[in-house]
Design a protein around this ligand. Structure first.
Ligand code: AMP
Length: 218
């Protein structure tokens, strides 16, 4: 049995065409079903639905053989025990720093002032500001980061930006782009050895279906 971990929504939807290219069709719609294990047209392939931030955990500990997860989630989780053969080039966005439109970010950074940063992505934010030599006080949040600068909880946020509409609607401006984000295929390293043929077939089919073939990366 091959188990693929996906999260509902954008990652699930954008992974479907890749699965189709591998000849795999999920037989139930996760938006209509309450099931967490979805069968496919292959008796030995199933999809498990987990929270986006739990995908690396499921794959690392063998609850799933493979999974699709954002680079943001992967960096925050860590990559121990995970083989990353493909950048799937889906769910693309960027990780950015944003502040209130009336906050002079450049001046604060230049002065060497401590910056209060609210984010769900503390590893990425810490690394970024450490590289810049900016001292930060980190406030860990689990959602609605945009609210933090508006309420005085923080000077800046580090969050995912796609169209920029959410920032704009909350009178925030993007002041730094930290990194480009897309979803990655992750594979349990032990499963890759034990189920080599079946997993390789899926990796190769996904790879062939990508707009630009991405090289295998560890
Ligand atoms: P936007 O308004 O299009 O810039 O989208 C920003 C909001 O959507 C933020 O709250 C992000 O956390 C979320 N978001 C955007 N792109 C992604 C993505 N690829 N994966 C997860 N969340 C995203």
């Amino acid at each position: 049995m091959i188990t693929l971990a996906l999260s509902k929504g954008r990652i699930f939807d954008e992974t479907m065409p890749l699965l189709k290219a591998a000849g795999i069709e999920v037989l139930e719609d996760p938006e209509k079903s309450r099931k967490l294990i979805l069968p496919t047209n292959h008796a030995n392939v199933r999809v498990v639905l987990v929270r986006a931030s739990d995908v690396p955990t499921y794959v690392q500990y063998g609850g799933a053989d493979l999974g699709v997860t954002g680079l943001d989630t992967l960096i925050e989780h860590g990559t121990d025990g995970l083989y990353q053969p493909l950048d799937l080039q889906i769910a693309k966005c960027r990780m950015s720093v944003a502040v209130r439109a009336d906050f002079d970010y450049a001046a604060k950074v230049k002065q060497g002032a401590r910056l209060k940063v609210a984010t769900k992505y503390t590893t990425i934010a810490r690394d970024f500001f450490a590289t810049k030599g900016v001292h930060v006080d980190m406030v860990k949040l689990y959602g609605s980061m945009e609210l933090a600068p508006l309420t005085g909880l923080a000077d800046a946020i580090v969050d995912l930006v796609s169209t920029g509409n959410t920032l704009k609607a909350n009178h925030l401006v993007e002041v730094e782009r930290i990194m480009e984000i897309s979803s990655r295929l992750v594979v349990n390293q032990a499963a890759l050895k034990m189920k080599q043929v079946d997993i390789r077939r899926i990796i190769d089919a996904f790879s062939a279906a990508l707009p630009v073939h991405s090289a295998a990366a560890k």
